[in-house]
Ligand binder design. Structure first.
Ligand code: URP
Ligand code: ZN
Ligand code: ZN
Length: 483
C-alpha cells in the first residue's frame, strides 16, 4: 500500500521546493512532481518536513522518590500530536546496577510506544564493570552516555569519574552528554536558603544561578578536550553556559548545545507567582531564566552556536509536585513539553522571523539526527529515509490547554499560549498517526532505532588528538643525575 503527500512544499534543513512525496513500506520511495499512490493526502498550503526528533525525554523515570507521570504510551502520543516522530530517552541505572540490566528495564517500558525511540545511557556510578559494559551498550546501538554534574548524593558523578568515562567514550567512538550544574554548590546554596526560611519554589531558582551552570559547562568542556572526545551539553539555559560553548566552538572544539523550548519562551517570574502550585509546576533544573538569557539562546540557534531544541519532557502531576511543600529541594524536578515543542518554536521562532523554516527543521530534527548519528535514516526527506514526516499547516491555530493535551498531567506550563502552525498530518514510518485533532496512534508501532558509534566528528577529533599528542623528545647528551 503506497501513500502520497501531494501539492505541498517540501522544507528540509537546506532546501525549500514544491514536490509530492511517495511512501511505501515505511520509507520514502520518491520525491517529485505529479506522484500518485493508493492513498493520497492533500498538503495544499502546507510544508512537508522531517518529523521532529526530541533528543531529551524522561518517560516513566524513577526520580526524587516517584516516577515521571507520562510513560512511553502517553509520552509518544503527546510527541506525535505535536509533530515529533522520534524521542531519545535516558536509561538511568541505579547505584551499583549493571548498565545492561538497567537497559533491559528501560526496554520493558517501551512496548506501547507510538513512534520510534532510542536511548542515551546514563553513567551514574563508576568502576571496572561500568567501563566494560559501556562497550556492550554501544554494541546494542546506544553510543551516547549522559553524566549528571548535579543531583549530589543521587545521580551526580565527580570529575575523576567523568574524565574516566569521557576517555572510554573516546575509545568507543561514543558521545558524552552532560547536565552541567555545579552540584556541590547547588547543594550548599540549597541548605543555606532552607536554613534562612526560604523554602518555597522560588528557592529552587535562587539555588541554581547561571554562574553555577556556566562553571560546570566550562569544566565539562575542558574534561572532554583532555579526553579527546566531542561533547553535548543538555538543557543549556543561560548566557554563561552558551558563552562557554560558543568560545569552545570558536577554538575548533566539537561541542554541541541544546536549549529547551521552555527556557526559550518561559522566564523566571513564574517562580515568583503567589500560587505555590503554579510555581512548583515549573520547577526544573536548570530553572527558567530572565529575558537576557532567552535572547542569548535564540541568538545561539540563529548563529549556529546552539544546535538542537529539546523538551527534557519529565512530567509530574500537581500531587507529585506537592511532595515539596515546605522544602523546595523535594519538589520533583521536571516539566512537560513534548506536544508543544514544535508549535511553540514555530510560533515564537519562525512566525517572529527569529528562525527560517529551514533553521526550524535543522534544530528540531536534522541536526539532532546528525549529532546522534542516525542521519539520513531520520531527520531527512530523501529517498530511502524512514517516512517520519510532518505535514505542517502554518495557518492552523490553537490555545494550549491542559484539558485537551495528550500528556496525563493536570496542567501545562504553556497554558493559555496561542500557537499558529501545527500538524495537518503526521506519519511515523509511513503510518498515519495524526490527522489534525484526530489521534490515529497505534501503541506498539514504535521501534527502537539502533545507532552506530564513531561518526565523522569523533573520527576527525581522534585523528587530530593523535597527531598532536605529547611525544617524548629523544636526546643524545643526557647529563648525569649527580648522584
Ligand atoms: O529538572 C529536570 N531537568 N528534570 C529531569 C532530569 C534532568 O535533570 O534532566
Ligand atoms: Zn538534566
Ligand atoms: Zn533531562
Amino acid at each position: 500500500m503506497s501513500k502520497v503527500i501531494r501539492n505541498g512544499t517540501v522544507v528540509t534543513a537546506d532546501r525549500t521546493w514544491k514536490a509530492d512525496v511517495l511512501m511505501q513500506h515505511g520509507r520514502i520511495v520518491a520525491i517529485g512532481t505529479d506522484l500518485h499512490g493508493d492513498h493520497e493526502f492533500d498538503a495544499t498550503g502546507c510544508y512537508v518536513m522531517p518529523g521532529g526528533i526530541d533528543p531529551h525525554t524522561h518517560l516513566e523515570m524513577p526520580f526524587m522518590g516517584t516516577y515521571s507521570a507520562d510513560d512511553f504510551e502517553s509520552g509518544t502520543r503527546a510527541a506525535v500530536a505535536g509533530g515529533t516522530t522520534m524521542v531519545v530517552d535516558f536509561c538511568l541505572p541505579a547505584p551499583q546496577q549493571s548498565l545492561l540490566e538497567a537497559l533491559q528495564m528501560w526496554d520493558n517500558k517501551t512496548s506501547k510506544a507510538a513512534c520510534d525511540y532510542s536511548f542515551h545511557m546514563a553513567i551514574t556510578w563508576w568502576d571496572r564493570q561500568v567501563f566494560d559494559e559501556m562497550a556492550q551498550v554501544v554494541d546494542k546501538g546506544i553510543p551516547s552516555f549522559k553524566h549528571f554534574m548535579a543531583y549530589k548524593g543521587a545521580l551526580m558523578v565527580d570529575d575523576d569519574e567523568m574524565y574516566a568515562s569521557f576517555q572510554r567514550c573516546a575509545e568507543l567512538g561514543a558521545l558524552p552528554l552532560v547536565h552541567a550544574e555545579n552540584g556541590d554548590v547547588v547543594a550548599a546554596l540549597s541548605q543555606k536558603l532552607l536554613a534562612e526560611g526560604n523554602n518555597g519554589p522560588e528557592g529552587h531558582a535562587y539555588s541554581r544561578p547561571p554562574e553555577v551552570e556556566g562553571e560546570a559547562t566550562n569544566r565539562a568542556i575542558m574534561i572532554a578536550d583532555m579526553a579527546g572526545v566531542p561533547l553535548y551539553v543538555v538543557h543549556v539555559s543561560c548566557e554563561q553556559s552558551h558563552e562557554a560553548i560558543r568560545r569552545a566552538r570558536s577554538k575548533g572544539m566539537r561541542v554541541y548545545g541544546e536549549p529547551l523550548i521552555q527556557h526559550l519562551t518561559l522566564d523566571e517570574s513564574e517562580y515568583f507567582n503567589r500560587d505555590w502550585d503554579h510555581a512548583a509546576r515549573r520547577v526544573m533544573s536548570p530553572p527558567f531564566r530572565n529575558r537576557m538569557h532567552q535572547d542569548s539562546l535564540w541568538a545561539g540557534l540563529q548563529s549556529g552556536s546552539l544546535q538542537a531544541v529539546a523538551t527534557d519532557h519529565c512530567a509530574f502531576t500537581t500531587e507529585q509536585k506537592r511532595y515539596g511543600v515546605g522544602d523546595f529541594t523535594k519538589i520533583p524536578n521536571g516539566t512537560g513539553g513534548l506536544e508543544d515543542r514544535m508549535p511553540v518554536l514555530w510560533t515564537r521562532g519562525v512566525n517572529t522571523g527569529r528562525l527560517t523554516m529551514n533553521e526550524f527543521v535543522a534544530v528540531t530534527s536534522t541536526n539532532i539526527a546528525k549529532i546522534l548519528n542516525m542521519y539520513p535514516q531520520k531527520g531527512a526527506i530523501v529517498e530511502g529515509a524512514d517516512a517520519d514526516i510532518v505535514v505542517w499547516d502554518p495557518k492552523r491555530t490553537k490555545t494550549i490547554a491542559a484539558g485537551s493535551q495528550q500528556s496525563v498531567i493536570d496542567y501545562n506550563v504553556f497554558e493559555g499560549m496561542e500557537v499558529t502552525g501545527m500538524p495537518r498530518f503526521v506519519f511515523s514510518r509511513g503510518e498515519l498517526v495524526v490527522q489534525e485533532t484526530e489521534m490515529r496512534t497505534r501503541p506498539g508501532h514504535g521501534a527502537f532505532v539502533a545507532r552506530k558509534p564513531n561518526p565523522a566528528p569523533n573520527r576527525a577529533l581522534s585523528t587530530w588528538k593523535e597527531i598532536t599528542a605529547p611525544r617524548r623528545i629523544e636526546r643524545s647528551g643526557i647529563p648525569a643525575t649527580g648522584v
